[in-house]
Each structure stands twice: as structure tokens, then as C-alpha cells.
Design a protein around this ligand. Sequence first.
Ligand code: UDP
Length: 338
Amino acid sequence: MAEEVILITGGAGYIGSHVNRMLSAKGYRTLVFDNLERGHREFVRWGLLVEGDLRDAGQVRSLFAEHNIGTVMHFAAYAYVGESMIKPSEYYRNNVAGTVNLLNAMLENGVMHLVFSSSCAVYGHAGAQPIREDHTRRPVNPYGRSKLMAEQMIEDCCRFHGFKAVSLRYFNAAGASCDGIIGEWHDPETHLIPLVLEAACGRGPGVQILGADYPTRDGTCVRDYIHVEDLADAHCRAMDYLDDSSGFSAFNLGNGNGYSVLQVISAVERITGRKIEMEICDRRDGDPACLIGSHDKAREQLGWKPVLSELDSIIETAWKWHLNLDKLVAKTGRNTSQ
Ligand code: UDP
């Protein structure tokens, strides 16, 4: 039988590609399954790439028939909150129905270990902060609901089919690989840090501050930014954790610290040495004032500790990647934003 591989759905995307790289560096064989709709072929520098779509049950079945899959890391999903409110059914088809196809193929092939890419969006409007894993899960948009539904299906597979699964609920994933060769490349881009860096590069029109009247230290929203390589490390630990655990577990992956929009902008100005044009605009629908995660459980049970998630490390690595992205775009002729 062929050597066992780790299946990474969505491994051509932002977080999946960093996890693929880390697993490969640790000597694991990886298999990326990605439709390249939002991922980048350039990011699959490790392991094998199979182009395909989780929404197509036949393709997923063939994937499992053709490869000896031991563990699944499931990232493939749409992940824009705003878009999910415009096209909810697409979110349910991709994020929920795609997960159903994956879980069925796993069951049919006796693949019982899963690490799932979830989000703090499953909590909805947060009460006490920092948010712990036992906080009520009451998402406030279709994206968050699609992630919650996927979690619930996975929990049932653990309860009734003997699966072992870890759900990792990310706060604000940010930063890029320390050598700047992979990073955040969304199209369109809606996230704060890449937009501020685009403005620093002179590509963007300047930064819109989406609300400056929140009940926070400077009136702008506070978020818990977590470095993508710290996230990748948590996935490797979650996979090891499955060996000795049973059932379903969930962990928050956050820094435990919050930074405001203005703090992010001023750190970018300091690190890049460039002045950022900014304008105060209306709030964005559905943005909570503050979102900070407690990572006590991940520290205690996974032995995980963020090491790159100080704001300066996040911005320094993201800046390095952005400068490389400029060269990549010049070479491939592909635009980074629409
Ligand atoms: N934000 C902003 N201007 C932008 C994009 C985002 O002020 O152009 C704010 C947004 O309101 C939020 C924070 O930056 O408070 C982080 O937004 P992002 O979209 O990066 O992540 P989210 O927390 O929404 O997942």
C-alpha cells in the first residue's frame, strides 16, 4: 500500500499553505486538495496537489480511493463575512455540503482523525472577554453559522462514529512566513493589515477606519491578531493530540491580547517608514467592538504558545511578504485586488 499522507483540503490557501509547509518540514507526506478558486498554485510548494472540489462528492470519493489518507486537515471554505450575507446559500453549499462530502468519504474509508479550521465567528456577539471555548456559540452571520454547522456535524461523527476531531477556532489570522515566500493573498482583500500594507506600498487608496466611536481605548475596534506560523504550529500539535485523545475537542487560537485599528496603522507606519493616508468612515455592519480569545486551554492541553504574535512580528513578516507579492504580481501579471 502507498505511504500514508495527510490530506489538506484548501492547502493552497493562506493558512493551509503554512500548515502544509510546516508538516512537510517535519517529514510528513502531504496531499493538497484545492479547487484553486481562491487559493494559489504558487503556494503549493510542498507535497502533491490534486485540483478538485469538495462540493463534488464523486471527486472526493476518488481522492480517497486513490490515496492512502491517514489524517485530514480541513481548511477548504469560503471565509468572507460580508459575502456570506449576500450569498448565504453558496456558503452553506461550500462550507457545509462540502464538509458532508468529506465526512462521508472519511467514514467510508475508515479515516477517523480530523483537524478542522474553525473560527471565533462561531461565538457571535461575545459576552465576557477573553472568550473561552465554553462561551455560547450563537453566530450572527451565515459564515459563522456555516462553521458552527460543520462543527456540529463533526461532533456527531465523533459521538456516533468514533471519529477523533479537533476544531481550531482562529481569531484574526495575520502575518506571513518569516522568509516572506507565502502570505496573505486574497482577492478581493478586505482584511485590515493587508489593506494598510497596500496603502503603504502606494497600491491602495488609503485606509478607511470603519468606525471610531466604539467603546474602546481609542474608539476603534480591537482585535486579537495571531501569526499564521503560530496557527500552523497549533495544527501540528492538534494532530499529535488526536493520538491520545478521544471524541471532539475545540481550542481557541488567539494571542490573548488586543490591538486597535489605530494601533495597527501606527505600527505599520513605524515599521515601513511610510505615512498612511486614512479617513474615518462609518462602522461596518456586524463588527463587534472587541474580540479577544483566551488561549489557556490550548496552552494547557496542546502545549501551544504563540511566539510570533506580537504586533511588530506580524507586521514585519507581512510587510516582507507584501514586497515579494509585488514582484510575484509583476511576474505573473495577476492583480491582487479587484
Ligand atoms: N477595518 C477597518 N478598515 C478596513 C478593514 C477593516 O477599519 O478597511 C477594521 C474592522 O472594522 C475590524 C478590524 O479592522 O474592526 C479587523 O478587520 P478584519 O476585516 O481584518 O478582520 P475581522 O475582525 O473583521 O475578521
